[in-house]
Design a protein around this ligand. Structure first.
Ligand SMILES: [Zn+2]
Length: 262
C-alpha cells in the first residue's frame, strides 16, 4: 500500500480563484476530504496538507509531504480565466521528472478526462512550486474553470464524482485492495410479541382456547372463515405451512367471528 499526500490548494486568507457561487479553497477541500476516505478504503495511507480552511505556504506543503515520506503527491485546484474558458487539465513539473511521474499523470488524467464531461485540455507541464519542491511523483489537477458557469456547477455539485474519478486514476496506477467494512448480519425478524395474560372464570372456556391453539383443524377452519370474510387469503398459506403464530390465529378466529355476527 502507498503513502499518498493530498494537497487541497489555497486556504485561509487565500481563497484561490473565486466564482460566482463558490471559492476554489472550499471546493478543493471537499474533494480532498472525500478522496482521503476513498483511498483509505483501498488500504492506502493518506495525509492532507490541510483538512480545514487554513493558509499553508507552497514551500510548507512540499516540506510536509517530503518529511512524511509520501510516495505520491497530488495538488487539487480549480482553474480560472474568462467566462468562456472550460475544461480539465493536469500538470507535472517542467524540469526533470521520473518515468513514474509521467505514468501517474497519464493514469489520473485519463480517469478524470474520460468521465468529467467537459473538454480535455491536455496533459501539461509547468514550473509550479509544489511540483518542483516535492521529492516524489507529483501531479497537479485543475478540475474545471470556476469562472465558467457550467464548469463551476461541476465543481460545486459533483464533489463525489470528482473524488471517485481521481481515486480511480490513482488506484489504476498504485493498485490497492478494497477494504470492505464488515457487514453486520441481518438480524432475524423477531415475532412481534404481545403478551396477554388470559384469565378465565370458566374452565370450559379456557379449554376452548387451549383446544383451538392445539388443533390444526380448528385453526384451518378459522383461517378459512376469516379469508372468506375479507382477510388476506395469504393467511391460509401461512396457517397451512405453520408460519402463522398463535396470536395470528387467535386474531383471525376473533375477526371471523366478529365479522360474521356484527
Ligand atoms: Zn489554485
Amino acid at each position: 500500500m502507498s503513502k499518498i499526500f493530498i494537497d487541497p490548494g489555497h486556504g485561509g486568507h487565500d481563497p484561490g480563484a473565486v466564482g460566482i457561487r463558490s471559492r476554489e479553497k472550499d471546493n478543493v477541500l471537499k474533494v480532498a476530504l472525500r478522496l482521503k476516505t476513498i483511498l483509505e478504503g483501498y488500504g492506502h495511507e493518506v495525509r492532507l496538507s490541510r483538512s480545514t480552511d487554513e493558509f499553508i505556504s507552497l514551500g510548507e506543503r512540499a516540506r510536509l509531504a517530503n518529511a512524511w515520506g509520501g510516495d505520491y503527491f497530488f495538488s487539487l485546484h480549480d482553474n480560472s480565466a474568462t467566462a468562456s474558458a472550460t475544461g480539465f487539465e493536469t500538470f507535472v513539473y517542467n524540469g526533470s521528472i521520473s518515468a513514474a511521474t509521467t505514468k501517474l499523470q497519464n493514469a489520473v488524467h485519463s480517469s478524470i478526462a474520460n468521465q468529467i464531461g467537459i473538454r480535455d485540455r491536455g496533459k501539461k507541464r509547468a514550473n509550479f512550486a509544489v511540483l518542483r519542491l516535492t521529492h516524489m511523483p507529483a501531479v497537479l489537477v485543475e478540475y474545471a474553470f470556476i469562472s465558467n458557469y457550467n464548469d463551476e456547477t461541476i465543481l460545486i455539485s459533483e464533489v463525489e464524482k470528482l473524488a471517485l474519478l481521481t481515486a480511480q486514476g490513482i488506484i489504476n496506477y498504485t493498485g490497492g485492495r478494497k477494504v470492505v467494512a464488515a457487514v453486520p448480519n441481518k438480524p432475524k425478524p423477531t415475532p412481534d410479541k404481545l403478551t396477554i395474560e388470559l384469565e378465565f372464570t370458566s374452565g370450559t372456556l379456557r379449554k376452548e382456547v387451549e383446544t383451538f391453539l392445539g388443533s390444526k383443524l380448528q385453526q384451518e377452519i378459522a383461517t378459512k372463515a376469516a379469508s372468506e370474510r375479507g382477510y388476506s387469503s395469504a393467511w391460509i398459506g401461512k396457517q397451512a405451512d405453520g408460519s402463522a403464530a398463535n396470536g395470528d390465529l387467535v386474531a383471525l378466529l376473533m375477526g371471523a367471528g366478529i365479522k360474521e355476527f356484527k
